[in-house]
Design a protein around this ligand. Structure first.
Ligand code: NAP
Length: 362
């Protein structure tokens, strides 16, 4: 069938809405996206700043889209009980042949042979129809037709980071004197969608949680931060206001200079999670003093990418928990809705954007 698809040429970039003839006979499940989310990675691919992105083998284009809430159009009988009409979230990564991939943890792929829909070597979900396999589809509990489920993919990244944090933190006593995290400080660099989602999870754990950027927050983000209980400051104006030090630092900016400045404020046994990526960021020198303090403070610096099926499942649970906890406030995360033809959205991020979604219509 002829489908519309939003395509790029990875890693060079560019974006357009194209029409192409696609056949789904090789797939037991055929799906139609309801909403697809746009994230920093999509814009990084489109502007050519993510050298790790590539087209499917032998092709000169890549269909974008790795965040999707979709409806099943048709399904062959399967043991996952995926059937026509189900609301599902498709997983992004598809396994290669390494041991981690073989045990269902392609998020920890050891040889780089995995693929990621809409990012590395596999077409994504920004098209009128796509085919898939039931084992890569996460059912929305209760088959809820709720737009918030489109956040499952970005939240699953957060779930993985907190799982890794739990493991790493056991190398010392990381809690406060009450065995909890209320006396501990988490700072998230950046104020995009992932930053807000990290901050929500950090508050669930009990950390005193702040988000920070090099400019003030617009009204919507300011209200979301205030109503959910996270603090914000503009570090370029106010300086780094962390007099009691930072225990958990999560970077979503991908900016080395900023990360290094904040690392200088870490407490002993602190944990730094590098999550943001920006191949075009300015380099930043590391001097011997900073390197020495990382050692002397016993810091852990970890990179984290993607998440596994279990993280998608936890993500959906957390999204509905936050909805119950914060009501309509949490819906403020979806700040814009556009159609597939509005490809300019990939080129310029709206100033007040947290998450823009593409609506694929009925
Ligand atoms: P996003 O909306 O572009 O968020 C990036 C945030 O970082 C923005 O708020 C941006 O601020 C801020 N920022 C940039 N430079 C900064 C600086 N020097 N100081 C403070 N803040 C700065 O993207 P996202 O969708 O939330 O994703 C966040 C990052 O994670 C992106 O780099 C994305 O590619 C990456 N990512 C990683 C994974 C993974 O598995 N590791 C998965 C998904 C995404 P302004 O735009 O307001 O200036």
């Amino acid at each position: 069938m002829i489908v519309r698809a939003i395509v790029t040429d990875a890693p060079r970039g560019g974006v357009k809405l194209d029409s192409m003839d696609m056949d789904f006979h090789d797939f037991p499940v055929v799906l139609k996206p309801v909403l697809t989310g746009i994230c920093g990675t999509d814009r990084g691919i489109v502007n050519g700043s993510l050298p790790f992105a590539y087209n499917p083998h032998g092709e000169n284009r890549l269909i974008l889209g790795h965040e999707s809430l979709s409806v099943v159009v048709s399904a062959e009988p399967n043991s996952y009980n995926i059937k026509a009409g189900d609301m599902v979230v498709p997983m992004v990564r598809r396994p290669g042949k390494c041991l981690n991939c073989l045990v269902g943890r392609s998020d920890n792929c050891s040889d780089g042979q995995k693929h990621e829909a809409g990012v590395t070597g596999l077409h994504g979900f920004m098209r009128d129809r796509f085919g898939d396999f039931p084992e890569y589809l996460i059912k929305v509990p209760g088959n809820r037709k709720d737009d918030m489920a489109v956040l499952t993919e970005p939240v699953k990244n957060v779930e993985k980071v907190f799982e890794v944090l739990d493991i790493i933190s056991r190398r010392s006593i990381f809690t406060d004197s009450a065995g909890a995290y209320h006396g501990k400080r988490a700072v998230i660099i950046g104020t995009g969608s992932e930053a807000f989602l990290f901050a929500l999870k950090s508050m669930d754990w009990g950390f005193s949680t702040g988000i920070t950027n090099r400019h003030p927050l617009d009204e919507i983000k300011g209200k979301l931060a205030e109503d959910t209980g996270m603090d914000f400051y503009d570090y370029s104006h106010a300086g780094i206001r962390e007099n009691n030090g930072i225990d958990l630092l999560i970077d979503t900016s991908g900016d080395p200079g900023t990360v290094l400045r904040f690392i200088g404020r870490m407490n002993n046994n602190g944990i730094v999670v590098l999550f943001g990526t920006n191949g075009k960021a300015q380099p930043a020198p590391v001097d011997g003093d900073l390197l020495g303090s990382i050692v002397e403070k016993n810091l852990s610096i970890i990179g984290s990418v993607d998440g596994a099926r279990i993280h998608y499942e936890r993500a959906i649970q957390d999204i509905y928990k936050w909805k119950a906890q914060f009501g309509k406030t949490i819906e403020m995360i979806i700040t814009g809705r556009v159609g597939p033809e509005d490809t300019g959205i990939f080129l310029k991020k709206p100033a007040d954007e947290i998450k823009t979604v593409i609506s694929w219509g009925e």
